[in-house]
Design a protein around this ligand. Sequence first.
Ligand SMILES: [Zn+2]
Length: 254
Amino acid sequence: MFNSIKKVGSKYTGLLIRMDDIAEHMNWKFMDKCELLFDKFNIKPLLGVIPENKDPEFKKYPKNSDFWNRVNNWNEKGWEISMHGYSHLYEQQTKKNDIFNYGGGSEFYGLDYKKQLTKIRLGIGKFKEKNIFIRSFFAPNHTYDLNTLKALKESGIKIVIDGYGLFPYHKFGLLFIPQLFYKEIFLPFGIQSTQMHINYWDNKYLQNFEVFINKNHNKIVDLNYILNLDQSNFLKNSINYSVEKTLKVIRSFR
Ligand SMILES: [Zn+2]
């Protein structure tokens, strides 16, 4: 009895490494260190690549003119290349009316459907030009409205690396892989993604991350693993529902 619970637990326990803000201009020193670490443990992270980065925050970091070759290289290694917005410019304000109630600035929220569709298609086009197939997306600052989701679906992207819950879930005809914490945290049960912003790391953060990976590398999964799991379990959906409610209440106090 306990054995079988443990087995279910381990099958449905995992963390997807989601790296944010991968662009020509970024903290390449930490990227190279992470790559060595991931290769050592055969970890296949999901990289949120900004196809046409215009964010002035990131332009402060060194530019790598070999960027798209690096992306191709990661892709060939089996790392998942995901689309992280289009330009990463926050030109819209959500006033906490975005789908996940994160609030703050947004690249997509509030734009009309056609504008959102154009941005997403231009992004996919850029990847295509570089021979990279895109099947997943996450928006800068976690901010979406219903038109963002409609435009993603229309463009053939069915996986969003964001959302609440302990398990991936289907909603609006898309698969959401929840992203709960700002730091690398392992829950004893459930499948979520982390988020990593290496541009804001220092050496101490890198060391902590290396310790975390050394300890937890056997629980780190890739996107294909998650897609191969059965998603339709009722128990998981009801747990997700209560987590979503709880987190929305907590966020509304901020
Ligand atoms: Zn970002």
